[in-house]
Design a protein around this ligand. Structure first.
Ligand code: CP3
Length: 357
């Protein structure tokens, strides 16, 4: 198990970690599992640290604290992936945009809507000077987990980041950015291009700092019509994928979008290695639509983790059976909910590891 191999002395030449091998599409001994948003609010251990470090910015920007939080789900459940504790908005100050995260209402920014406001964005010339803590945290995580877990980096994709920049925070209908699409598309595409260039470089910086797999989140692109998706999301997703593949062709890339059942083919067309599904499609349906040459991640409804054990087992195994252990990483269909009972999370992870294909 992950826990047993953790004590293996460093320096011994070991096989690459399970999740990384599965992400490359290699045949593996069992299906790896991790959970989106696993580091954070659903864990008692995390809520203890919140008392000591009350703001998200300090928890994610002090390397020792961010490292500790990133390791908590690995220590508690033996998950196969350890994701950097950070946020999709973390790189914004490197681009000249300030942000704040309120504990109750989430991200807060001064909206960028006019040409003058958008022109204040810059291309970051050196991520290791503007985000030194990201480099330190990723490097420390690699040392701490050795080959018993895979270290994942992540970035937000241009459209989803732009929703925060234009709306000024969380939104439910995205009306400000949609108005910009219809009234001033060239202003919006200028912003999206800037974001794509910055985010491609930032993802490469994370890889060079130690991230072994990169997950790219366009969480809110599922709110777009197919026409708008093709104009305002897809080209910039592809720019980020191309920038990573050009510098680091061997690093697996996972794309995630919420409410993406309608967009599964478009996600595969970006050139990523793995499509992370939400729970609106089955693994079988996704295979029929995008074929066998691409990896799949997911896709348990996070609400199932509130169910009784027999339901968690039945639904988890149903996904594992459909995936047949072929190029599959088990995960939820979106982030774990804040009030999820921790024993159920442990039961879910154990169920995946115990399953025999
Ligand atoms: O959920 C997703 O769709 C993933 C993509 C995403 C992240 N942040 C990644 C993340 C999105 C859309 C965000 C924006 C954001 N930032 C939100 C969402 C709220 C909204 O509706 O707009 C929030 C609450 C934040 C601020 C934030 N990010 C907090 C307070 C925390 C830590 C506590 C917690 O568990 O919520 C985060 C952590 C975070 N955001 C991680 C990731 C990948 C941490 C790593 C992990 O465990 O996955």
């Amino acid at each position: 198990s992950a826990t047993a191999s953790r004590s293996t002395p460093l320096g011994l030449k070991m096989e690459d970690p399970l999740l990384l091998r599965a992400a490359r599409g290699e045949k593996v001994e069992m299906t790896p599992v991790w959970m989106m948003r696993q580091a954070g609010r659903h864990m008692q251990e995390y809520r203890e640290l919140v008392k000591k470090y009350p703001t998200f910015r300090e928890r994610s920007e002090i390397p020792e604290v961010a490292t500790e939080i990133s390791l908590q789900p690995w220590e508690a459940y033996g998950v196969d992936g350890c994701i950097l504790f950070s946020d999709i908005l973390t790189p914004l100050p490197g681009m000249g945009v300030e942000f704040d995260i309120k504990e109750t209402s989430g991200p807060k920014l001064k909206p960028l809507r006019t040409k003058e406001q958008i022109d204040t964005m810059k291309i970051c010339s050196d991520w290791s000077t503007s985000m030194p803590f990201v480099k330190q945290t990723l490097g420390e995580l690699r040392k701490r987990v050795g080959n018993s877990a895979t270290v994942l980096g992540f970035v937000g994709l241009p459209f989803t980041l732009a929703t925060y920049l234009v709306e000024g925070g969380t939104s439910s209908e995205y009306l400000e950015i949609k108005k910009m699409m219809y009234y001033n598309p060239s202003l919006l595409t200028a912003m999206l291009e800037n974001l794509a260039e910055n985010i491609g470089n930032y993802a490469n910086f994370q890889i060079e700092a130690g991230a072994q797999v990169i997950q790219i989140f366009d969480s809110w692109a599922g709110s777009l019509s197919p026409e708008d998706y093709d104009l305002f999301a897809f080209p910039y997703q592809k720019m980020v994928v191309n920038a990573i593949k050009k510098k680091h062709p061997d690093v697996p890339i996972i794309i995630y979008i919420a409410k993406s059942g309608a967009h599964v083919e478009r996600m595969a067309d970006t050139g990523v290695d793995i499509v992370s599904l939400d729970w609106t499609v089955t693994i079988d349906e996704a295979r029929r639509r995008i074929g066998r040459d691409i990896g799949l991640q997911g896709n348990l409804d996070p609400a199932i983790l509130y169910g009784p054990e027999h339901i968690i087992k039945e639904r988890t195994e149903s996904i594992l059976k459909m995936a047949k252990g072929r190029h599959h990483i088990m995960n939820l269909g979106h982030g774990i909910e804040a009030t999820t009972p921790q024993p159920n999370v442990k039961f879910f992870v154990d169920t995946v590891h115990a399953f025999k294909h």
